[in-house]
Design a protein around this ligand. Sequence first.
Ligand code: HEM
Ligand SMILES: [Cu+2]
Length: 660
Amino acid sequence: MTDSTDSPLIRVPEMGRAPLGSDAEIRLAGLWETEPGWRGRLSTVDHKTIGLRYLVTAFLFLLLGGVEALIMRLQLAQPDQTLLTPEQYNQLFTMHGVTMIFLYALPVLSGFSNYLWPLMLGSRDMAFPRLNALSYWLFLFSGLFLYASFPIGEAPNGGWFNYVPMTDRLYDTGPNIDVYALGMVLLGISTTVGSINFIVTLFRLRAPGMSIDRVPILVWGTLTASVANVFAVPVVSLAFFMLWLDRQFGTHFFDVVNGGKPMLWQHLFWMFGHPWVYVVVLPAMGIVSDALPTFCRRPLVGYAPVALSAMATMLLGFGVWIHHMFATGLPTLALSFFGATSMVISIPSAVAVFAWIATIWLGRPVFNTPFLFFAGFVLLFVIGGLSGVMTAAVPLDFQLNETYFVVAHLHYVLLGINVFPVVGGIYYWFPKFFGRMFNETLGKWSFWVMFIGFNAGFFPMHIAGLLGMPRRIYTYAPNMGWNTVNLITTAGSFVFALGLLLFLINVLVSLRRGAPAAENPWQAPTLEWAVPSPPPAYNFAVIPIVASRHPLWEDWLDEGYGRSSLETGYLLMEGRETLGTTPLDARPDVILKMPEDSYAPFFLGLFSSLIFAGLLLQAWDFAVLMIMASGLSLIAWLWPSKALAQRVSAVKPDKGVAHV
Ligand code: HEM
Ligand SMILES: [Cu+2]
């Protein structure tokens, strides 16, 4: 337990209880609830609403990207098909990649983290609730922006890594690439502000007693990813901005005729792109590390090594980007160095895999739906890891580069390590999100259909690659020997899509008809399961005091840390308030005044997106106007508000009251 004698709090918050229905609880609800109707919808800063919005929006993008993929698979099911023109195929695979990587894979994880972090950490919201709202709106608008030119047949078409010189104005004259370039800069703002919010929240908003070694692994995963984003995203934003300048104003950053450097693009892109791969998998691995133990009825084996492995992966992840460029004619020494680091990076992942397997092995697994998804994930992780190590071998990469082997590998990694944990995670937290249980039978069906469809669809792609089928081809001749594998791949893809559909049906049906869920239907160990399902607007009626890593398992684990105090805690109800604690050992430090709902984030998001629309359409006057409108929204945002001023209490700090 922490000591309060050196607590610098000036106004000592009252300790007490606020059970459901008590005066205090009703007062809290009044303070935190969002206005109903469209006013509330546009102005809310509640992290739970924002989290769900992220999840839903990202899922819609997954469906969109999925439909694009299925159309491509129809075209490739047989040789010499004419469903798509080559240009349409280019746009489809580009938009599919862009959608999945940028509009689905990270945002969906941000959705989980936004919803869950404050609940897991014992706080009433994220550190910067309005910034959180802004980050969502910018994500939504940049998604719409990236899709704006799709209906007129001018969508980005240079592949998701958009290599110059093919994407210079000389070779790609339409608006396609400008949409991609500006859209990515806009999305980059959203990712950056979101990441900063996560970092500050972790270090300042944990419940008292939740020292840094007691946070759930999802928090570690998202923290690591957020730190990486702060370094990686500016690189790619800069690259895309430079490309836009080249295209728009004739600068020569990448244009080789005038001394520009096309290779610079590849370096900048992959310095961002490879860490990004970890950004979209580490939080998902965190989901598994937190949820799997619940179904194994024991704590995760190796908490510290797993948390450290996330960080080690990320650090090494910044030193391997060259492996995307092995075939570009780099010096041999560079090849050996980057080949070696690319192999070394599989070590921390192996640590995590062993930890999960040991947890299953030593536990008493309950084979219900979420468990199936997490166990399936472990298997896919191993296959994806193996094919990854194969491409890290430089000579083999020369052979496999630009073939379907790479397509197979990247889907094992991205679907295996992102989609499966995400769907498992939604099943797992569904009762918490919505206060209802899902249908278990349908859940199991959705898993098996997805799992079988996935392997049938994507495993044969390895073989197509070994048979020499290049990626990004819109059709092939019948005598290449690729007919059977492609037909199986297409059939498998549709089976996988069917499984995903079953999952969605389950969600939609259970939302209305599911049995009511209790607070903690899985008997899980972490704090989010201590509040009602769905959680009230204020999350915690009192800020709890945490004594161990598994606050809800203390009775039977009996680890000797004492008991957490969940019913009695800090009341904090003079306005929207939550407790700020010290970064490492989480001692009470400040009372944080949290902002009220506001329209400013929505309008700032809207106007800044319109700046980019103006740049795209070369409507300079309009862009300037929108810059001014953004400035006004920012002033409205920052306008001093009485509610945010801290009233210093006349009462002297009373050590007894603040005792934790
Ligand atoms: C229904 C599931 C999916 C199917 C059937 C599918 C199918 C495909 C196909 C056919 C291609 C084009 C290959 C080529 O012509 O080179 C492709 C590319 C790609 N896919 Fe998927 N995919 C699926 C889901 C995903 C997911 C969930 C992600 C990421 C999270 C993803 C990321 C990518 C990427 C990054 C590319 C490369 C795009 C490029 O070459 O620029 N896919 N996928
Ligand atoms: Cu890589």
